[in-house]
Design a protein around this ligand. Structure first.
Ligand code: NDP
Ligand code: MG
Length: 390
């Protein structure tokens, strides 16, 4: 029998992370869980460690190290803390695939280290490619590392490309649900509350991506993610709103043929495919029934109301560190919105102003991304303070 596939899950306590644990648990003969990591949720990390018995756990928040260490003293599990540990554990010889399921810019460094170490990447952390797509994909090419998408739209594109890798793509269409405010006017959006924005119609996800879905920034980030994953020009990437979230995305080839991947909205499927590719394993996930969906509909996104989508295109066209600045601003403003410090519509306004005022660096190296992230965060925080709800 061949060796089991050793998996490290960065961000096992999150929405993607917990679903990934379910997938891995279902195929004990195929996967071996080597590493799980959390940011601050020590209780859940301890519970997961006891249940799934990984080799190693990391709690990134250093003040929680002792709590995790004490709780696991009877288990034969290594316990580490701090963000540098995230980078070290992915290099372990037992790890074959690193699932990057942590949220935000924090995913960049451990992903780069995992690629350096030659590990296959199952990428959920889209911000990594948004911030430094050129650097990440170049390093992956140099190291001969495959990056398999977990994001449902990118998994859909990837699934449509299986058997077609030699055929050039003419265009792709990323589908978007439109979020909870599809069809709303700017006036209606002025008084939107946190709880309304956190209610996604089709997907249950972490707080940051749920807000990004409500502002269409998530689709903007996905456009940039697609550019790097599939080596596309900006004009080859289009977005279409599809409120039922059944068609997960579409590839158009040079002969005009279009392929779409469909299914019920359930992240376990793309997580599993990223971990089992090129194989498909039998699942008991609920199946899509056409009769429950007599009409699948498609419409244009409202780019005037949801400005973040065009900001992402602008960042992609500018290149350099523009998308890094936009991402940093967005992380700051989403947190501020979740803390009820700024109104919903300020999210895109602060993103725009931060991106326009942060100097962009051409042909950036890693340190340029670190510096740009820092400058853009400071600029966005300044604007948050200025525009704070009193
Ligand atoms: P969650 O917020 O649910 O989970 C995030 C995970 O990352 C948690 O384990 C959290 O730990 C950990 N974490 C957060 N910040 C840090 C940090 N600074 N350092 C180390 N660990 C950290 O997010 P999701 O699971 O929803 O999303 C994860 C990624 O996957 C995002 O990039 C998102 O865009 C992408 N994605 C998610 C989808 C979904 O359905 N949820 C769909 C497609 C993509 P803790 O909670 O312990 O603090
Ligand atoms: Mg997605």
């Amino acid at each position: 029998m061949t060796r089991k596939k050793g998996i490290a899950i960065l961000g096992s306590t999150g929405s993607i992370g917990t679903q990934a644990l379910d997938v891995i648990e279902a195929y004990p003969e195929y996967f071996s869980l080597e590493v799980i990591t959390a940011g601050k949720n020590a209780e859940l990390l301890i519970e997961q460690a006891k249940k799934y018995q990984p080799n190693t756990v990391v709690i990134t928040e250093e003040s929680l190290y002792q709590q995790v260490k004490d709780a696991l003293w009877q288990e034969s599990i290594h316990v580490y803390s701090g963000s540098e540990s995230l980078c070290q554990v992915v290099e372990s010889a037992e790890v074959d695939t690193v699932l990057t399921a942590l949220v935000g810019y924090a995913g960049l460094k451990p992903t780069l280290r995992a690629i350096e170490a030659g590990k296959t990447i199952a990428l959920a952390n889209k911000e990594t490619l948004v911030v430094a797509g050129e650097l990440v994909t170049r390093l992956a090419r140099e190291k001969g590392v495959n990056i398999y998408p977990v994001d449902s739209e990118h998994s859909a594109i990837f699934q449509c490309l299986v058997g077609e890798f030699h055929n050039p793509i003419e265009k792709i269409y990323l589908t978007a649900s439109g979020g909870p405010f599809r069809g709303w006017s700017l006036e209606q959006l002025q008084t939107v509350k946190r709880e309304q924005a956190l209610k996604h119609p089709n997907w249950s996800m972490g707080a940051k991506i749920t807000i990004d879905s409500a502002t269409l920034m998530n689709k903007g980030l996905e456009v940039i993610e697609a550019k790097w994953l599939f080596n596309l020009r900006p004009d080859q990437i289009d977005v279409v709103v599809h409120p039922q979230s059944i068609v997960h995305s579409i590839v158009q080839f040079e002969d005009g043929s279009m392929k779409a991947q469909m299914g019920l909205p359930d992240m376990k499927l793309p997580i599993q495919f990223a971990l089992t590719y090129p194989d498909r394993f039998t699942t008991s996930f609920p199946r899509f029934d056409f009769l429950n969906y007599p009409s699948l509909t498609f419409e244009q996104p409202d780019r005037m109301v949801f400005k973040n989508l065009d900001l992402a295109y602008e960042a992609m066209n500018l290149g350099g560190t523009a998308a890094c600045a936009l991402n940093a601003a967005n992380e700051v403003v989403v947190e501020a919105f979740l803390n009820e410090q700024i109104p919903f519509l300020s999210i895109a306004d602060i993103n725009e102003e931060t991106m326009r005022t942060t100097p962009s660096i051409n042909n950036p190296v890693y340190e340029d991304f670190v510096e740009t992230d820092k400058i853009a965060r400071e600029a966005a925080l300044h604007l948050v303070t200025k525009w704070k709800i009193t």
